[in-house]
Design a protein around this ligand. Sequence first.
Ligand SMILES: [Fe+2]
Length: 233
Amino acid sequence: MTEATNTQRDLCFADAYMSAILVENVDNYIADGIVVNLSTDIIYVEGEVDTPIQPWRSATLRGNAVRKADRIAVLKIENLEQLGGVMLRGWDWFGDIYNGFPRETPLFMSSIDSVGFVTEDPFVFTRERTDVRKPQQFEIKLKCWWSPNETDCFIHNEHPFLEVHTQIHGYGRMQKFRERDAATVYEDVIMAPGFTHEPFCIVTGENEWTYPWHRYYTDLESIWLAIELHPVD
Ligand SMILES: [Fe+2]
């Protein structure tokens, strides 16, 4: 018996404003939207010549096929009118989840979708090496963030997981700081729709990752996808 291909389901934050699909066991899946490679292999996209999407990175496809992949997500903004009403359709103000979050910051978070497990070497994830030597199990969790323009989405440096982000809508930047102070910014990673930034952390121990002080900052109203790899004991 052959295994089913292109098995798909909606991600939990999909709605009439933003489609969001998880596709597994991909075989020449025709994609229309932002495709995120949620696997540890380079995947290939059909075209004039086939071109790659690196692990944990993304591309914006317009009706061409993803050749083969263990797992991808495909997101697309479907309706701009009232897109910013996420808090009226179930997204949480981050201050209701994280104690001490500034009361004046309009940052909202979708529900979290656990999409499955992956075997990844954290040193490969962080690009500190290319060969797999210490693979371990991670649970992949996806969620989306929304903020209006010119929002400081909080400088922080602690995560018990590996993370990257894909811009889905609008424009913003992931920023790195020398201290927990916006004036000490030393890098802006410009986030435009369809783009996924490189990991910000390095491996500094068993399930321990060191991040610089960083934050997301919106230039224009933005939705961005968080891709998190949580270690499984
Ligand atoms: Fe972060």
